[in-house]
Write a protein that binds this ligand. Structure first.
Ligand code: ZN
Length: 300
């Protein structure tokens, strides 16, 4: 992976792609994990693989995703800095780590994966072709995958669900428009999930400013005790990977509704990255989760 050294990096102190990939390699070198390629993307002339890392023990698993949005470097950096404790944990807890899902966005601080700044604004993990519409549950939100990477990504996840069925799922985000963070709980226990409540507690105990009540900046979402639901107190359904993981069914290629393994707990953290938060502050916010994975696992 020496050629990763040729890729420049957005200058805000985030680790380079080379450093991240070298660091993640320790999971294999020191702790006996395996890695699989989810997809590859060409960045500055270099073919860059996007990996999923799998712990040596298998079974009902803890899934951790970070780096879906390129302008949110804190999650990948928090995983990178804590790779030894994560590696160690994988000896006892079955785990799946996808620590940098959008390297093409990460290296130049661009939210989406498009190497050219297209107007399409595509999320790597778009699952809308697999998820039912809220107004007509007999139909998926989209007729087909929004783009090739989302197609490849979702096929990979569907296969992995059978090999490492998720029990607890976390997706770490941050938001530069926020000065107070919040937590989504999209699993079956919704706002009553003890893992979600523990997540809020951890962020508070690490002195992360949270918005504990009121609306989020997205329409139709309300916050109660730091946890986001729809106005009826139900889990948010937004067509995301986070909803998909917690859904019991999906639409196959023939648009049949099919059962699948699902995570009982699905948590998304949105930590603040607005004015006044340094990159170090932002990484510390993510570390409030990354350093406490075993405590969170015990709550499930
Ligand atoms: Zn995000």
């Amino acid at each position: 992976m020496e050629e990763l050294k040729n890729i420049p990096i957005y200058k805000d102190g985030r680790a380079t792609l080379y450093d991240l990939y070298e660091g993640f390699e320790d999971l294999m070198r020191k702790f006996g994990w395996e890695k699989e390629i989810i997809y590859k993307i060409k960045i500055e002339g270099v073919e860059v693989p996007v990996y999923s890392f799998l712990s040596p023990v298998q079974g009902k698993s803890f899934w951790l995703l970070t780096g879906i949005h390129g302008e949110e470097p804190s999650g990948p950096n928090a995983v990178y800095r804590n790779i030894n404790s994560i590696g160690e944990l994988g000896r006892t807890i079955p785990m799946v780590i996808m620590p940098l899902l959008n390297p093409a966005g990460y290296y130049r601080n661009w939210r989406f994966h498009d190497v050219e700044r297209s107007i399409e604004r595509l999320n790597v993990t778009d699952c809308r072709h697999l998820i039912a519409r809220t107004d007509d549950p007999t139909k998926p939100i989209l007729d087909k995958p929004i783009h090739e990477i989302a197609d490849t990504f979702t096929k990979y996840v569907l296969d992995l669900l059978k090999r490492y069925p998720p029990l607890v799922y976390f997706d770490l985000h941050e938001d530069e428009l926020l000065t107070g963070g919040y937590v989504y709980s999209q699993g079956e226990l919704e706002g009553n999930d003890p893992v979600a409540q523990k997540t809020v507690e951890l962020l508070v105990s690490e002195k992360m400013p949270l918005k504990m009540s009121g609306p989020t900046r997205f329409a139709g979402e309300i916050i109660t005790d730091g946890l986001v639901t729809d106005p009826d107190g139900k889990r948010v359904r937004d067509g995301s990977i986070d909803e998909f993981i917690a859904n019991e069914t999906y639409f196959d290629e023939d648009r049949n509704i099919v059962g699948k393994p699902f995570a009982r707990t699905s948590i998304v953290t949105e930590t603040p990255a607005g004015e006044g938060f340094s990159l170090e502050d932002r990484i510390r916010a993510q570390e409030a989760i990354v350093k406490h994975l075993s405590e969170l696992w015990k709550m499930a």
